[in-house]
Design a protein around this ligand. Structure first.
Ligand code: FES
Ligand SMILES: [Fe+2]
Length: 346
C-alpha cells in the first residue's frame, strides 16, 4: 500500500532532537525495532557448509548463525546459559560444537546443552538449558535474523513489491568481494533520514550530482520500503535501483553488481555503516571498473558520514528542538519517522 505523502506531510515535523541522543529512547528502539524486525547480516556464503557459523553483534544483540550437522540453518543468541559468557568471538568459522569461553560449558550445533563442565549439577537441573533461539532465513543469497520468534516469514515481511523490484537482478550469483565498515558518530536515525532523501545530493555529493540529473530525483514511498530513482547520464555507474527496507537496510542494485548496505546502532549517539560489495564479474579484466564503482561509492559514504556527524553534533547541542520536512523531497524521511513513532508506541 503506497503512502500518500503530500496530504500527510503538509505540516510534517521531524522527530524531536532528543530522540537522536536520549539513551532511554534508544533502549526502546533497540527492543521495539531491532528486537522485532528482520535484520540483514549480509551475504550468506559464510554459513553454506555444515559446521560453519557466523557471529555478529546487531544493535547490541550478540547473534550466532550456524549450519548444523544435518545442514539446517539455526540461529541463537551468542550467550551461554550459565553466566552469559560468549560462545564464539564475532566473525565466521567452523566447528563441531560450541564451547563457552568462560567456564567451558558446551553446546551441540543444534543448540542443545552437551555438557556443563564439572559444574556438579544434576542432569534434571540442566533440563531446557539449550541456547536461546532466534529466527534465521536466507533470501536471494542474503542472510537475515529476527529475534522475534513470531515474526512473519521473510518474503512476507520484505513485501511483494520489494521482492519484485529485486527479481530482475541475479543477486545470488554475484560474488561478495569486499566489506567496508564505517563507524559514524551519529544516531542510526540520522543516517536513515539522510539515506531517505535526495534533497541533499547537490550540496553534499558533487561527484554524484555530476553523474545524475538531480532535478529528476524521486523517492517512491511504499509499504515498509522505498525506491529512489533518478535519470542517469549515459554510462554512469550509478544506473540502477536503490532500494531501502525498514528499518536499516539498503540494496543498491546495478547491472554490474550491488552493495548491501546496513547501519547498526552501537549506542544512542553512534552507529556503524557496513557495506558488502558484490560483483558479477570478478576477473582481472573487470578489476579496474569494479574498483571505480567501489571508489565512487566510498566517496559518497564518506560524504554522508561527514554530514551526518555534523548534524548529530547540532542535534545534541541543544538549540534545535525540531524542524519541518519538505513535502516535495522528504516523503521517505516522513514515512521512516512515522514508523519509528509507531514502533516505539507498541
Ligand atoms: S558462562 Fe558459559 S560456562 Fe560459564
Ligand atoms: Fe547522501
Amino acid at each position: 500500500m503506497a503512502v500518500e505523502p503530500l496530504r500527510d506531510l503538509r505540516a510534517g515535523r521531524t522527530l524531536p532532537a532528543r530522540d537522536y541522543w536520549d539513551p532511554d529512547v534508544h533502549a526502546v528502539e533497540r527492543a521495539g525495532i531491532f528486537g522485532r524486525e528482520w535484520l540483514c547480516l549480509g551475504p550468506s556464503g559464510a554459513v553454506a557448509a555444515s559446521g560453519s557459523y557466523l557471529a555478529e553483534c546487531v544493535a547490541g544483540w550478540p547473534v550466532l548463525v550456524v549450519r548444523d550437522a544435518v545442514g539446517e540453518l539455526r540461529g541463537f543468541h551468542n550467550v551461554c546459559r550459565h553466566r552469559a559468557g560468549p560462545l564464539v568471538d564475532d566473525g565466521s568459522g567452523t566447528g563441531r560444537a560450541f564451547v563457552c569461553r568462560y567456564h567451558g560449558w558446551s553446546y551441540e550445533l543444534d543448540g542443545s546443552l552437551r555438557s556443563a563442565r564439572d559444574a556438579g549439577l544434576d542432569p534434571e537441573e540442566l533440563d531446557g538449558l539449550g541456547l536461546l533461539e532466534l529466527r534465521v532465513a536466507v533470501w536471494r543469497g542474503l542472510l537475515f535474523v529476527n529475534l522475534d520468534l513470531d515474526a512473519p516469514e521473510i518474503e512476507e515481511w520484505l513485501g511483494e513489491g520489494f521482492v519484485a523490484q529485486c527479481a530482475a537482478f541475479p543477486m545470488e550469483t554475484w560474488a561478495p568481494v569486499v566489506r567496508q565498515t564505517h563507524p559514524i558518530a551519529s544516531n542510526w536515525k540520522t543516517y536513515s533520514d539522510n539515506y531517505l532523501e535526495g534533497y541533499h545530493i547537490p550540496f553534499v555529493h558533487p561527484g554524484l550530482a555530476r553523474a545524475i540529473d538531480t532535478s529528476s530525483y524521486e523517492v517512491h514511498v511504499e509499504d515498509g520500503w522505498i525506491r529512489h530513482s533518478a535519470t542517469t547520464r549515459e554510462g554512469a555507474s550509478t544506473a540502477g535501483v536503490w532500494l531501502y527496507h525498514w528499518p536499516n537496510l539498503a540494496l543498491n542494485l546495478y547491472e554490474r553488481g550491488m552493495s548491501v548496505e546496513r547501519w547498526l546502532p552501537t549506542s544512542a549517539t553512534s552507529c556503524e555503516l557496513v557495506l558488502d560489495y558484490c560483483f558479477a564479474d570478478t576477473s582481472d579484466a573487470a578489476a579496474a571498473e569494479n574498483r571505480r564503482d567501489l571508489d565512487s561509492s566510498t566517496e559518497t559514504c564518506l560524504e554522508d558520514k561527514a554530514i551526518c556527524e555534523a548534524v548529530q553534533r547540532n542535534l545534541e547541542a541543544g538549540a534545535y528542538v525540531d524542524g519541518l520536512l519538505s513535502p516535495r523531497h522528504e516523503a521517505g524521511v516522513a514515512d521512516f519517522q512515522a514508523r519509528v513513532r509507531r514502533a516505539r508506541a507498541v
